[in-house]
Design a binder for this molecule. Sequence first.
Ligand code: GRG
Length: 306
Amino acid sequence: MTTGTTEFSKRLDQTADDTEALLAKLLSDATVSDEIVRPKRLIEAMRYSSLGGGKRLRPFLVVESAAVFGVPRQAALMAGAALECIHCYSLIHDDLPAMDNSDLRRGRPTLHKAYDDATAILAGDALLTIAFDIITRDEIHKDANVRLLLTRALARASGIGGMAGGQILDLAGEGRFGDREPVDVARLQQMKTGALLRFGCIAGAILGQSSEREYQALDDYGKALGEAFQIADDLLDVEGDAAALGKPAGADAALGKTTFVTQLGIEGAKQRVRDLLARADAALSVFGARGDVLRAAARFVAERKN
Ligand code: GRG
């Protein structure tokens, strides 16, 4: 049986609601042990950028990849909340004047516009660090070794060989540090946006203490989904609607960026997305019907309008 669009949307919305509620609790002004105080301005800024918006796709991938192995939903939601904190931090820092210099995010002023640059830098830093607090909590898994594997995978997805590394390759390709450096788009995007999405998919395998074969399947699925997500993003930048995007379209072209679309052309990029969907489907075959929601997630990512 396949997962229909309505059922898929309901599941995505449910996880978005649950993630929102959990983040609201985790990012409250009440301290946890070893903290001294949560300064009002900083926690409000963290909440501004983390609550009330976003598709919550990354937490959804954690929840649904974990569901394949029957992992308790609450544990997966916690891991998903940690991942979402990292995603939100990356958006805050990416929007700063020193990076993309964006005024609008999720249909609202970016954090540094609503507050100021210093608050935005610190809110990003604090979201990054609280993610690692959350991912190590006992509620995630009773076995500390599972928590350690998850923590290490999250660090590697976010750091030098993942998202942060991908971001600097992107800036170098724009010519920020001298002449424009040649860009391997697939490699750059695998790091910049793909690594966190892939983490969402392998997180289920880690939490579920899967076999090596199942881990590889989710790894391959996650990589295909990550690339499809980015190509869809590049296509939206060319063909998308600013109102649906919650930010202006055309930003890549304005910066003269090398993207999947500039490399493959619009039709070539669309064909590549179709190939990636087939690869994602094939990777999930090991799970049979248990992979249906993840199959639908790959389609959603490829066809998204924002
Ligand atoms: C600053 C270390 C550092 C990294 C920034 C991921 C990233 C690197 C920047 C994001 C910039 C960007 C808009 C990239 C395009 C792909 C992307 C991550 C889009 C936003 O993700 P969605 O569509 O957003 O999942 P929502 O709002 O739904 O959460």
